[in-house]
Design a protein around this ligand. Structure first.
Ligand code: FIX
Ligand code: ZN
Length: 420
């Protein structure tokens, strides 16, 4: 048992352990190379990430459609010029691009976009995937898989082979947030559903879910939800959750991940960058956890104002796993604030972060930045323990950190802490 001599050594050990721990990234928008163009990678995708699209429109007066008519390269050139050369790239998403360049051994100080393009263009996709997983320290990641997305659906229906490091998550936004549209699609696919969701139709929805759980073997079911999400409610969404999604999730032992607080397309001209945030009512989460004690729920909330009550509700329900600093929460100041709050209220029984990476290379910066922010909070908390006379051992710190960055998730899924 390695005894730690002093607080300085304690801090060094915490930082080193967090820097090296293999990560399970429990929510991304990445894909295996089998999905072809759905796997976004390289400098032009990094520069046209929707976070940077939103930021560039704070400086330019170009009509949205004129921007969208530009090629990906032209959009990237514009964003590079405005957000990196004409203004210092201090935002989290801008800094992230530079962190990626540096990790690959490129020189951000050269500011040579053509050199960066040539580097990424020379990377075969399989090599690129291996390099990014190695540089980011991500051992396993969870994709976001939508059976209603035509280009993705085709891959699943064509004998998808997969990669054990890329787990699936069955994403249900189309089913739950647009029942009328989903009803039409399900009908085309041979499910005998009706808009009115009579018992026979609900049974067909369950058959659809079963079919895709068998096809995808997801580690959880997920949905993003608006701030005014309510349950119970006289709505198709509320009935589908209670009579189809949760019974199937319980039957298969799968968590239901609720990502609450997104206001879709408040500015449609920005497309994917046009979504915003709203404070949700925590009562709905309380009612679901209390009403479905056999189900496991994962929860991430988009509004900073929901974070404290999100911690408190997790203290009330052991079948709820809070996770991540989602989207507008994924900034150093808020990652530290939220992680500090969670440690103080929940101990180590949560998952502090996911990357939400949409571009392969983002795994590098999202995790490099988050590891530092989370390590800073953990060092502070272990130092507070030290002040009481408690002496954490190196093994205990390694155990705790392994839990936060993956094993808590696998244990919650019922895999006893080790990945499936
Ligand atoms: O619903 C989600 O999974 C969100 O993360 C995305 O829709 C969002 O565009 C995103 O990538 C945020 O980081
Ligand atoms: Zn996401």
């Amino acid at each position: 048992m390695m005894v730690i001599a002093n607080k300085e050594e304690l801090t060094r050990l915490v930082e080193e352990t967090v820097a090296q721990v293999p990560i399970t990234d429990i929510h991304t928008h990445l894909f295996t190379p089998e999905f072809g163009p759905l796997l976004l990678r390289g400098i032009d995708e990094l520069l046209t990430y929707h976070y940077l699209v939103a930021e560039v429109f704070r400086w330019i007066e170009m009509p949205y459609e004129e921007f969208w008519r530009l090629s990906k390269k032209e959009q990237a050139d514009l964003i590079w010029r405005v957000l990196f050369l004409e203004h210092s790239p201090v935002s989290e998403a801008c800094r992230g691009v530079l962190t990626v360049l540096k990790a690959f051994g490129l020189d951000p100080g050269a500011r040579d976009l053509e050199e960066y393009r040539a580097f990424f263009a020379a990377l075969p996709v399989e090599t690129h995937v291996e390099r990014v997983l190695q540089l980011s320290g991500v051992a396993r990641l969870v994709m976001t898989n939508d059976p209603f997305a035509p280009e993705e659906r085709a891959v699943w229906l064509d004998e998808y082979r997969g990669d054990p490091r890329f787990c699936a998550a069955l994403r249900l936004d189309a089913l739950l947030n647009d029942w009328e549209g989903a009803c039409r699609k399900l009908g085309e696919w041979g499910y005998k559903v009706a808009s009115a969701l009579d018992p026979a139709a609900m049974a067909e929805v369950r058959r659809f879910l079963n079919d895709w759980i068998k096809r995808m073997n997801p580690v959880y079911l997920a949905v993003s939800l608006p701030p005014d999400f309510l349950w119970p409610e006289d709505s198709a969404r509320a009935r589908l959750i209670a009579e189809a999604v949760l019974p199937l999730a319980a039957e298969h032992g799968l968590p239901f991940a609720m990502m609450i607080g997104v206001k879709k397309l408040v500015n449609p001209g920005l497309r994917l960058a046009g979504d915003s945030v709203g404070k949700a009512g925590i009562e709905t989460v309380e009612r679901l956890c209390a009403s479905f004690p056999r189900n496991k729920f994962m929860l991430t909330m988009l509004s900073r104002e929901n974070q404290h009550e999100g911690c408190v509700v997790a203290r009330k329900f052991g079948n709820l796993l809070p996770f991540g600093c989602w989207w507008f929460m994924n900034n150093p100041s808020l990652v530290e604030e939220t992680t500090r709050m969670r440690v103080e209220l929940l101990g180590l029984s949560f998952v502090p972060q996911h990357s939400d990476a949409r571009v392969l290379d983002q795994l590098i910066y999202k995790w490099a930045h988050s590891r530092k922010n989370i390590a800073r909070v953990l060092s502070e908390k272990y130092a507070d323990l030290w002040e009481t006379g408690w002496r954490p051992t190196a093994e205990e710190i390694r155990r705790d950190v392994a839990g936060l960055f993956g094993e808590n998730f696998w244990r919650f899924l019922g895999y006893g802490g080790k990945a499936a």
